[in-house]
Design a binder for this molecule. Structure first.
Ligand code: PLP
Length: 381
């Protein structure tokens, strides 16, 4: 028995350093040691979002951080523009509707990112749109939306809408720039690129968003009391101290490697994975090479073959978990997560397991995909 290969696109494998950090004794969350911990973390989180503004940390899942972004900036009845890029953009829209927002949805085929031309068109037609919601990296499809082009579309239309971006499966693994790209709220969470267990949600917030304050009733999610308490390193409730120990360690690991190097590592593993998929004779779901995700790859099954059957067999034989097809992609794709605490040999094991599993499930593939990926990786040192 070896380690389990957790190759879903999050939660990701938690490094021993981070796990050990979370095992430290819990301390008084109103004492000076906690304040030092929180102030250090809040400062060191900013470069990960590429912002100089505040980052709010919630004890929550990513879904909670989605809700926080909406209820802090918008008012019931507001119109928001969203893009059907996949399962998670659909869920975020469902949440917006349940909260009482009016969602204008740009339909999509789940193989492309948010369309900047469609954004420009809709914004020009409707000055009342209060916010644009974009999922930077659609975890259900492995497609990256071109956020700077969406920003440019908002600016071209001379529109004042806020830009809200979900970076749940890209933060800390793919290039992302909150300030430079003019994002108003960036939503993130702990269990993917940040290499932590689930349990932390993030909102990075622009000055415009902080000043905006919508009219939704809010209490737990309200930024204001949190930002005020954070100034001295505290929280208006009991914070998740042990996850914060883990976060401090994970941020140190990202800083030691260097964010540009972290992104280059993810880009390289994603390219190697796509080479393996093509060498097997299979298709990558993402249809536009400008929009490839670097943190996961969704692989399309040939007709007549069930992706979940392949996943089941790979789990049983090789003790490896792969991501299932979500929503309308159920049974049609499986997803390989190559993000977080991951290196060349992790990729070698992952692709080797996928290749053996596809062959064992009787999927008609050409052999040698894993080898093709490894030869390319080897040459690229
Ligand atoms: N948004 C994206 C892009 C995701 O991948 C996920 C979860 O995988 C979520 C939102 C929801 O996050 P959570 O499951 O932590 O609530």
């Amino acid at each position: 028995m070896g380690r389990h290969f957790l190759q879903i696109p999050g939660p990701t494998n938690v490094p021993d350093r981070v796990l050990q950090a979370t095992a430290r004794p819990t301390i008084d969350h109103r004492g000076p040691e906690f304040a030092r911990l929180a102030l250090e973390i809040l400062e060191r989180l900013r470069p990960v979002f590429r912002t100089t503004g505040p980052v709010i940390v919630y004890p929550s899942s990513g879904t909670g951080a989605w809700e926080a972004a909406l209820v802090n900036t918008l008012s019931p009845g507001d119109r928001v523009l969203a893009f059907e890029t996949g399962h998670f953009s659909t869920l975020w829209c469902d949440m917006a509707r349940r909260l009482g927002l009016e969602v204008e949805l740009v339909p999509g085929d789940w193989r492309h990112g948010a369309d900047p031309d469609a954004a420009a068109e809709r914004l020009a037609a409707d000055p009342s749109i209060a916010a644009v919601m974009v999922v930077h990296n659609e975890t259900s499809t492995g497609v990256r939306s071109r956020v700077p082009e969406i920003r440019a579309a908002i600016d071209r239309a001379g529109h004042s809408a806020l830009l809200l971006v979900d970076t749940i499966s890209s933060l800390g693994s793919m290039d992302y720039r909150h300030d430079e790209w003019g994002v108003d709220v960036t939503v993130g969470c702990s269990q993917k690129g940040l290499m932590l267990p689930p349990g932390l949600g993030f909102n990075a917030v622009s000055g415009k968003a902080l000043a905006h304050r919508g009219g939704f009733p809010r209490s737990y999610w309200d930024w204001e009391p949190i930002v005020a308490a954070n100034e001295r390193g505290f929280y208006p409730y009991t914070p998740p101290t042990n996850l914060l120990y883990g976060l401090r360690e994970a941020l140190a690991m990202l800083a030691e490697e260097g964010l540009p190097e972290v992104f280059a590592r993810h880009d390289r593993h994603a390219e190697a994975t796509r080479r393996a998929v093509r060498a097997w004779g299979l298709d990558v779901l993402c249809a536009d090479e400008r929009e490839y995700s670097s943190s996961l790859t969704a692989v399309v099954m040939p007709p007549g073959h069930d992706a979940d059957e392949v996943r089941r067999l790979i789990l049983e034989r090789f003790d490896m978990s792969l991501g299932t097809g979500l929503g309308r992609l159920a049974d049609k794709v499986f997803r390989i997560g190559h993000l977080g605490h991951f290196n060349d040999l992790s990729l070698a094991g992952t692709l080797g397991g996928v290749e053996m599993g596809l062959a064992a499930a009787g999927v008609p593939i050409k052999p040698g995909g894993a080898g093709a990926a490894l030869s390319w990786l080897g040459r690229r040192g």
